[in-house]
Design a binder for this molecule. Sequence first.
Ligand SMILES: [Zn+2]
Ligand SMILES: [Zn+2]
Length: 300
Amino acid sequence: MNNFVQPVSVEFEDIYFIKGARDGKYPYSHSLLLKDLLIDTGISSRLLRKLKRLFPIRNVLLSHWHEDHTSGNRLLPNARFLIHSKDQFLIENVDKFNEFYGISNTAGEEVSDWLMEGLKLQNTKIDEVIEDNQIIKLGNGYEIKIIHTPGHTAGHCAFLELKSKIAFLADIDLTNFVFYAGIDSNLMDFEESLDKLKLLDIKTAVTGHRGIVEGEKTIKKEINDYRSIIYKRDERILSCFSETNPKTVSDFKNQNLIYKYYSQFKEYEIIAEMIMIQKHFDKFLEKEIISSKNDGYILN
Ligand SMILES: [Zn+2]
Ligand SMILES: [Zn+2]
C-alpha cells in the first residue's frame, strides 16, 4: 500500500485515511475513502491520479465548495458528485468564488486568481444534493449519516459512518485557526454546528487539515478548544470597544486581531480578517452586546 493511504483503524481496515499533499495544508486537504466513495478531492492531482489506480472511485461526497477540498473533481469525470444544496451553485460556477470570498475588485483577487489557476479549478456538475440526517448506504453494513454543519460555508457538512463511528469533519478541522470569511459564512451557525458535533457518538474523527483524532473524550475536548478560539477573538475585539467612542469594522483593519501574522498572502488575509471581524460585529449586535451610534457601534 502506498504510504498516503492508510486504514483509519485496525478494526475497520476498509475505511482509508488519504493523506493530502503537504500534510493536508492549504491549498490541499485530507480525504476519506469508504469502499468506492471518496470524501473530498483536494489531496493534490498527483496523489489523486495514484489513488485512482489503486481503487475504483464511483462516488464523490463533497464537504463544501472550497477549492482546497474540490480541486481534484476534474480528474474524476465518470464519478457521481454529491454536495449539500446550499453549496451546489458555487461548485457548479467556480467563477463566483472571488465574489463569495468577498474579494472581487480588491487586491486579494490577484492572489486568489493565481491560486485557482494553479489548482486548475473547473465547474463540477452535481448529480445529487444531500441534506441533514440523510443516510447513504454503502454495503457491508456501512452507512454514512450526513450532518449539516453550516458556518464555514452555508452548505458545509460533516459525515459520520455509523458502524465504525468514524467521522469526517472537513473544515471544522480542529487546528488552531478557525475560518469564516466567506459571504456565506455565519459565526453563530458555526458555533451551533460545533454544539451539534459534540452530541454525536464519534470514536475517530478525521479532519480536512489536521488528520486523525482518536477517542470520544479527546474529540469533545478538541471541539471545545476549537470553539474557544472564537471566544478569544470575541474578547480581543470587544476589548477595543467602549461605551462612548463608536467603532466601525475599518477601525480594526491591519491589526492582527485574527491572523497572528500575515503570510505571503497578506493582501488577501487583511480582507478576510475584516470580513471575519464583521461576523463578530453581527453576533454582538444580535446578542445586544453593542448597538449603533452615529456611524459606528458602542458597548451597551
Ligand atoms: Zn473550507
Ligand atoms: Zn479547507
